[in-house]
Write a new protein. Sequence first.
Length: 399
Amino acid sequence: MTANHVKRAFKYRFYPTDAQAAELSPTFGCVRRVYNLALAARTEAWTRQERVNYNQTSALLTAWKKTEELAFLNDISSVPLQQTLRHLQSAFTNFFSKRAKYPRFKSRKKSRKSAEYTTSGFRFRDGRPTLAKMADPLHIVWSRPLPKEVRPSTVTVSQDSAGRWFVSMLCDDPTVKPLSATDAAVGVDVGLNHLLTLSTGEKIANPRHERTDRARLAKAQRTLARKAKGDGANRKKARLKVAKIHARIADRRRDGLHKLTTRLVRENQTIVIEDLTVRNMVKNRSLARAISDAGWAEFRSLLEYKAQWYGREVIAVDRFFPSSKLCSVCGTLQGKMPQNVRTWTCAACGTTHDRDVNAARNLLAAGRAVSACGAGVRPQRRTPGGQSAMKQEVSRREP
């Protein structure tokens, strides 16, 4: 990030020519092969209590290119191969820092097909990128323009499981600037009956994208299951049909979440959410499908980076804070409250609450209190050693 500039990736669909597809497809395979070879070499060295860094794997790559077995690596641009070694180095750095698990080998069928080109691996002329070893620029569908007088620092080409081609260009975006400060603040409670419930009382419907296409998806999956195992053409066609339905569901979900998070960031200075461990919640077999379809984790991710871009604040309240059972009027903590109870009346003050609206209002109040006292509110997995203010203030935990 340069002075007051945000590094931002602009992703577009593109349609390669036959020659470009013939160049990119083996590039994806070579990138995966080099990554796996370097990982195997580093793993073997790890068993000998030795560490291998990026420079050593780069030297190994030079030696591999000289062998008869791997001579085909010389047929593609060296830039994506060097970049995959850098990605492996980052993976090991995260592993040694205990931020991630040990790197895993890339699968030919399951791993993402992608290749990253730095400035030495592409030309950018007349607003169109031309990759190394290609004569023609990529035919991009410009769904939105790049910022004026901006050149990408990296270009990443990928192909998803549905066979669609994408190009992502990383740029310094001078148009992203902090928004004007406002006093507005909102508490947000996520759910399944309603995707979001705001402390203002507004409820945003859950579009349930997966349920909309569930019949089509089930039919396509049954057709795929009947195909013989292997690399046959019929099985490939059936698999592609399933992948296209999944891609349609994911695209619609992502589009909806982008619109929601952009709206929340534009309208509010402070947004208070609950720190949910979605990866543990989806272990519930009864709710896993609905939780995954709601996209709670993606919602939080989008909200946090947009808030950082535009000078807003996102506060995550401790997941054990009893937002649903605490009366937002008098502060009385109720007893057990099953999930099927959607409205309840406070025994102390007699106020009748909508469960979700009450939770959102309690989250907002808790977030304001935490912000005022300056306590740590980030999830402990991101800021080790700090205790959430909610654990200090609330003596009982919600079952």
